[in-house]
Design a protein around this ligand. Structure first.
Ligand code: CA
Length: 714
């Protein structure tokens, strides 16, 4: 059946609202007759619809519903027939790069955000483009296009509007029928060292958004709620206290300030909320997962110690006013980038003979937390990965018990987990039928080292240079990092099954009533597992590393499973050798959106085989070691975040050792200083001198020559 056009669908929505036959609080409305035949059901995307766990037709919000479980009650595809899944339709996006987002689906229309924050609406049965909205990110950025994060993890929908938050800090409302801008507000001054990569959170007619930026300069985190209809600012909650001399915005900030020492406000303090927001419709509470400190190194940020509230916490807020309700801090006085920005999943759990309204949270620090969300009280916390910064979490105090060397008192220590986290933003899911949470886990260790950092005079750089106050690098002493898919029982807080995976950065999971768990892999396979046992039931090679989580929906009674295929984000940038080994060289493989069904018969065009970028010889370029040595510092503070450690790119940006542009001072300056590739996400570093550019070129060529000489000597 051909899809009815969106304008007709929305006309139906408007008719319903005008007639108020069931009121805006109702979720799915009965089918409406429109001219030309039987209309599909029209969904009003509101609180009732987003709280409705029972309907599997749509995927209305980032975590599907308000619970953020990423559980679908659909069971047409199940553990008995999943082996028959095939490609129903696909669309190629040759001009996109990292695709990491969760698509949303409403009444047969699929919406998703791609590179440079472009939003597309597609027919969810064919992939046919209905509209595209380009927020013109480069044209709207301030003087500095932020390095690294031109991708975005998702959008929001409320009634007849799509909400997109942009890299440069705007929150934009877009008409769901036409893709035209309705309103746009700046959520921060574009000159500030902030950016947005997260999905707006919609609840009760409000749109909530935070930002990232603790690694871009001195930042003070906050979240803001706007009126969904008008864009008017409703409330703002600051996550860390500002300068006491200027007065505190709230009692919560007054309380938080008592946990800081020194002159933290000069460094911003951090805490930026860039990802985990959950609205609890049952208790009418909002939960914010908060970020790490700015700078990371607490010896600089808060030299007398202290918990530094509300860094690395779950903070519960009143959704109508933004007022503080309670908090639980996972990593007091953090000094490792162990933020708590990860997803916050709600479920009723039977614990000790009682039904507990619980929330689950697996932050970077490696502990899996189960918390009573009525009170904020910790129920259990157990390591879900290797942890050596703390021995355990004391259930009486709710605090981690740190190991003696964890805070690098002697300047250097090897720790696990890492700044990439034992779990990052890649979504976990929870299946109420199996009672298991499915977590993409990262296993790795790094060396933290603040020797050589002058902690008394340290100042944060803006956009480039040292913003962390402590160096870190991947530790290969115990082999390269790896991953796993872990099924965890939150009642016992123990692992039930676990599948080892190659590489770090394996993407988010989805689970269904068909006793299935779906997950892509960094190796390019899309896999379905038996949700109860972890047995692999189906695998489909997609020929490019997967960084996005799948979604599922129905149209005309047929179940689809859709997934963006587009290697990107942190693992594609700073993943180090384990990510380089995947072989997803920048620009080599085509980015796609692929939808599967039980009667899918399409054959995807083949992708080029994985092939890590190879350094090219530039015979006329003679490396000068002194320039190369100085060039390392210039490279590390600017280029490394996208182009990789040791100038080896894991795929998010070009491998500079393989670029002939390095052979020409003019061509290099055109890109790096002139901004000729800003539309590809490459910032312009307009103030760099010829000498700095020269040093960077010599550093990169030295790294290229090393590989070329090794190859020649064999
Ligand atoms: Ca961070």
């Amino acid at each position: 059946m051909k899809l009815r056009s969106i304008p007709v669908l929305l006309a139906c929505v408007q008719m319903l609202l005008a007639a108020c036959s069931r009121g805006p609080e109702s979720g799915e409305n009965p089918g409406v007759e429109a001219s030309g035949g039987t209309a599909p059901k029209v969904t009003v995307v509101d609180d009732a619809a987003m709280a409705d766990e029972a309907s599997g037709q749509n995927w209305l919000a980032f975590g599907r519903t308000y619970s953020e479980q990423r559980f679908s009650p659909l069971d047409q595809v199940d553990d008995g027939n999943v082996s028959k899944l095939g490609v129903d339709w696909y669309v190629d996006y040759p001009n996109d790069r990292g695709l990491v987002s969760t698509p949303l689906v409403v009444d047969g229309v699929l919406y998703f955000i791609g590179s440079m924050n472009r939003v597309r609406a597609l027919d969810a049965t064919t992939g046919e483009l209905l509209w595209e909205f380009d927020p013109d990110v480069v044209e709207n950025t301030g003087n500095d296009l932020r390095a690294g994060w031109e991708h975005n993890r998702g959008i929001g929908i409320w009634k007849d509007t799509v909400y997109v938050a942009t890299w440069d800090g705007r929150l934009i409302a877009v008409d769901r029928a036409t893709g035209k801008r309705v309103w746009s507000v700046h959520t921060f001054d574009p000159e500030l060292p902030l950016y947005i990569t997260g999905a707006p959170k919609i609840f009760k007619g409000k749109v909530l958004i935070g930002n990232g930026g603790t690694e871009n300069g001195p930042t003070r985190g906050y979240v803001t709620a706007y009126d969904a209809e008008t864009g008017a600012l409703s409330w703002r909650f600051y996550i860390v206290p500002g300068d006491p001399a200027l007065g505190f915005e709230s009692d919560a900030m007054r309380m938080a300030a008592k946990t800081w020492t020194g002159e933290w406000w000069k460094y911003g303090g951090g805490g930026n909320a860039w990802h985990g927001f959950t609205y609890d419709a049952e208790l009418d509470q909002l939960y914010i997962g908060t970020g790490n400190g700015a700078p990371w190194n607490q010896k600089i940020r808060s030299p007398g110690g202290g918990d530094n509230l509300f860094l690395c916490s779950i903070v519960a807020l009143d959704p109508d006013t933004g007022e503080y309700l309670w908090h639980y801090q996972t990593t007091p006085g953090e000094t490792w980038d162990f933020n708590s920005n990860m997803d916050i999943v709600l479920a009723d759990l039977e614990i000790g003979g009682q039904t507990v309204k619980a929330l689950m949270h697996a932050p970077k620090n490696g502990f899996f937390y189960v918390i009573d969300r009525e009170t904020g009280k910790l129920i259990s916390a157990e390591p879900f990965a290797e942890v050596n910064w703390a021995t355990h979490v004391d259930l009486e105090t709710g605090r981690p018990v740190e190991t003696p060397d964890a805070r690098y008192p002697d300047g250097s220590v090897r720790l696990t987990p890492t700044p990439a986290g034992a779990h990052s933003w890649n979504a976990m899911s929870y299946n109420p039928m199996t009672g298991l949470a499915y977590i993409p886990v990262i296993h790795a260790s790094v060396v933290y080292d603040d020797r050589g950092v002058d902690k008394s005079s340290w100042q944060s750089a803006l956009f480039e240079g040292d913003t962390t106050g402590v160096g870190w690098s991947w530790s290969y002493e115990e082999g390269p990092g790896s991953g796993s898919l872990q099924a965890r029982d939150p009642v016992t807080n123990k692992t039930v099954w676990e599948v080892p995976l190659v590489g770090i950065g394996n993407p988010g999971t989805m689970t269904t009533a068909g006793n299935l768990v779906f997950q892509g892999r960094v190796t390019g396979d899309f896999v379905a597992y038996d949700a109860t046992t972890g047995e692999e039931l189906w695998k489909y090679p997609l020929g490019l590393g997967i960084s996005a989580p799948p979604v599922t929906y129905t149209v005309d009674g047929k179940q689809y499973i859709a997934l963006l295929v587009g290697w990107g984000s942190g693992a594609a940038a700073l993943g180090g050798k384990p990510s380089v080994a995947n072989g997803w060289a920048y620009g080599l493989q085509t980015r796609r959106l692929v939808a599967f069904s039980l009667d899918g018969k399409h054959v995807l065009p083949p992708q080029p085989a994985p092939a890590p970028a190879r350094p090219v010889p530039i015979p006329q370029f003679e490396v000068r070691q002194d320039l190369a040595e100085q060039g390392w510092g210039e490279y590390a503070g600017r280029c490394m975040a996208c182009h990789g450690f040791d100038a080896v790119s894991p795929g998010m940006a070009p491998d500079l050792r393989a670029s002939a542009v390095l052979g020409s001072a003019e061509a290099f300056a055109d890109v790096v200083r002139g901004g000729s590739r800003e539309q590809n996400g490459m910032p312009a570093y307009r103030h760099l001198t010829d000498e700095q550019l020269l040093k960077i070129r010599h550093y990169v060529r030295r790294e290229a020559e090393r590989v070329l000489q090794d190859a020649g000597g064999q």
